[in-house]
Design a protein around this ligand. Structure first.
Ligand code: PMT
Length: 424
């Protein structure tokens, strides 16, 4: 959101806007407040007042029974908008529930009675407020309020769970003295706390799900090529770059298969299947189980180019002053992916120490890639083991160079670029 110096005035304006958003997360937010019929509705005047003071625009919708608990004149004066409760107003004009719902950046149901909660989660739609709720595409906040036994009843608990499973945010009822005179949990959360819930929601960075529906295959880490049962030929790859790519893709909605050589890293995410391998041949065999079914494939693994021709069954004993190990070429997995490519967007990495661009360019063409990510060991903070990397993207005749960044940010840049090249 914050731009660099080069963008001048535009940069200053967007920094200012970003600052305002940070300080006033509810400024210009459109809030529909649904009020249902419980005694706690008396607090709603304060909620409306608080939201308006924070810069929000508020429209109040009442359930029929809420009209017994509040003053419509007070609420419309505080919200500066007519208060709605019927499908048609006194002049017979239709109150379009779809328009009201789609207008909202958030819907708050407060107080939410047991009856309204039950109807909300089970599809009841016998009043304007419920029709607005059912038409909503924005985040819904539910602040229940009822007597303690109603609140602790299993049906209420279950309805709250169902509401959560729909992705709604529950603002739990509080403990204290209730209208019945009993003491327990069931009080409507205080208006200023409800406002805090809304503020923290609008402050949270929005998740971008621009890889939803895509399947992504990623190779990561080193490969170990066994010499004998205790020794191997390997390299310094930690797997950090590949794991960052997998995290990034999954957080943007993709289904990810992450095939990794030996690493201490772990990744638990419902969208990521981690497959652990050791040698290049094992990696090759796993890659081609999934390759045909993915839309994006990224080879960030540091695959050993050679492996011992013979792997000793027993530990090799120390004897001569010198020892020769005959190596044979490993399969080039990425080259094979390029040859078998159909619809996949294929991304390779190039780790270079000299003639970086020339070598990367040659791999891009030779391996039939759509994009190659060049990192050079000559750049400080780039390459193996670091938490950072410095990359240059090469695709066709386009080249983009990036600053040194965390591997998570590098992964973001890579997917942002890929998305510019994918058919929508
Ligand atoms: O794991 P980290 O510690 O975070 O380090 C990240 C990294 C430096 C390993 C990563 O950023 C990186 O550069 N990975 C590629 C390393 C490499 O093997 O580069 P290469 O130029 O030798 O290979 C070119 C491409 O062919 C790579 O995509 C590689 O995965 C692939 N390849 C290479 C050889 C082989 N036999 N099979 C392959 O698939």
């Amino acid at each position: 959101m914050f731009l660099g110096n080069s963008s001048g005035l535009y940069s200053k304006i967007s920094n200012f806007v970003a600052l305002i958003l940070l300080l006033m997360p509810l400024a210009d937010k459109k809030i529909v407040l649904i009020v249902s019929g419980g005694i706690a509705a008396y607090k709603i005047n304060y909620l409306v007042r608080g939201l308006v003071k924070k810069g929000s625009e508020v429209r109040v919708v009442l359930t029929p029974s809420a009209r017994n608990f509040v003053s419509e004149l007070t609420l419309s004066t505080l919200s500066k908008n007519p208060v709605l409760s019927e499908f048609y107003d006194a002049q017979g004009v239709w109150n379009n529930h779809v328009e009201i719902a789609l207008w909202a950046d958030a819907i708050v149901v407060a107080p939410c009675t047991a009856n309204t909660l039950s109807k909300m989660v089970h599809g009841g739609c016998d009043n304007l407020a419920l029709a607005v709720y059912m038409s909503a595409k924005c985040q819904v906040f539910i602040a229940p309020a009822m007597d303690l036994d109603m609140y602790s009843h299993p049906s209420t608990a279950q309805n709250i769970e169902i509401a959560e499973s729909y992705g709604h945010s529950i603002i739990p009822a509080q403990y204290g003295e209730l209208a019945s005179g009993l003491i327990g949990q069931g009080r409507l959360e205080e208006p200023e706390k409800i406002i805090e819930h809304l503020e923290s929601f609008f402050l949270r960075p929005r998740l971008v799900m621009d890889l939803a529906g895509k399947k992504v295959l990623i190779t990561a880490g080193p490969t170990y090529e066994a010499i004998d049962p205790v020794r191997f030929i390997g390299n310094h790859s930690s797997g950090k770059m590949g794991f960052a790519l997998a995290r990034q893709a999954a957080s943007r909605g993709a289904q990810v298969v992450l095939i990794s050589g030996p690493t201490v890293l772990e990744l638990e995410h419902p969208h990521v299947k981690v497959i652990s391998v050791s040698s290049a041949r094992e990696m090759q065999s796993e890659v081609f189980k999934y390759y045909d079914s993915v839309q994006i494939a990224i080879a960030s693994a540091a695959v050993a180019d050679y492996a011992p021709k013979v792997v000793a069954d027993e530990k090799i004993k120390k004897s001569e002053d010198t020892m020769l190990i005959e190596l044979v070429k490993n399969p080039d997995i990425l080259m094979e992916m390029g040859q078998k490519k159909k619809e996949q967007f294929l991304v390779g990495f190039a780790l270079e120490t000299q003639d970086e661009v020339k070598n990367a360019q040659s791999k891009l063409v030779r391996k039939n890639l759509d994009l190659i990510v060049l990192n050079s060991l000559r750049d400080q903070g780039a390459g193996f083991k670091e938490d950072t990397n410095k990359i240059r993207l090469l695709s066709g005749d386009k080249q983009i160079e990036f600053d040194l960044k965390s591997k998570d940010e590098v992964a973001k840049d890579i997917f942002d670029f890929i998305l510019t090249r994918l058919p929508s």
